[in-house]
Design a protein around this ligand. Sequence first.
Ligand code: HEM
Length: 249
Amino acid sequence: MEPEKKTQTTSEQMTDRDLSEQIKKVTKDSHVRAENTELMLSFQKGKVTLPQYKLLLCSLYEVYQALEEEMDRNSNHPSVAPIYFPAELARLEAIEKDLEYFYGQDWREKIVVPAATKRYCHRLRQIGKENPEFLVAHAYTRYLGDLSGGQVLGRIAQKSMGLKGSEGLSFFAFPGVSSPNLFKQLYRSRMNSVELTEEERNGVLEEAVRAFELNIQVFDGLQMLLSVTENELQTCSTHSTPVNTLQIP
Ligand code: HEM
């Protein structure tokens, strides 16, 4: 008698049909491109500067605000519920703490983001309203990234900027996750449990590539903002138009 074919998958036993495998595969090239942005290279070389990190935190604040608001609002949606882990993953409060540390109590008035960040947030809010099943692509891109390379980047950032203890680095800490690797396994198995039609699955995969692209554009936008503000500070110290979204790609 033929042995019974296994169609059931567990976290250890992935198949080509698993969303977690497919999403990793389709975003592989995008991941390489994200790693090679100027900002991420600064991190990897141990040369991230305080202005770079502070601007990154500003953008992450807006991005996680949009992502977490949409996740909360759709937490009962069948494609969101299995991957909804606010106690373990939510980043917004941690980022707020870091921003207060660097900018002081009136940090909200000092947030500066490139136009790319506004576009990323706009997309998050749009899919939160129109296609909540695509949120998994964005949650995967940010949270699994934060639990992977992000852990190393936190230690590098601390050294590069000479920060004492963990102050200003709450963003990288996940006190609700004792083992990032085990948690990632659980997260992948939850992703694989989401029921999607073929069309929805393709949409999610496309959205994941888009999520990486949006992140890359934010990183590039930040770098341009840094070079513009550096030039402005040098050439035009009296001109102080209050801008918090510069029209830079
Ligand atoms: C996974 C490094 C930037 C998203 C990983 C892993 C490493 C890594 C070592 C684990 C790979 C594995 O377990 O097979 C880095 C480094 C970066 C970087 C060094 C930059 C300095 C990013 C960025 C994003 C991102 C900017 C997205 C915005 C992800 C995701 C995963 C991941 C989603 C999980 C892949 C999976 O297991 O499916 N990264 N990463 N990474 N990274 Fe990155």
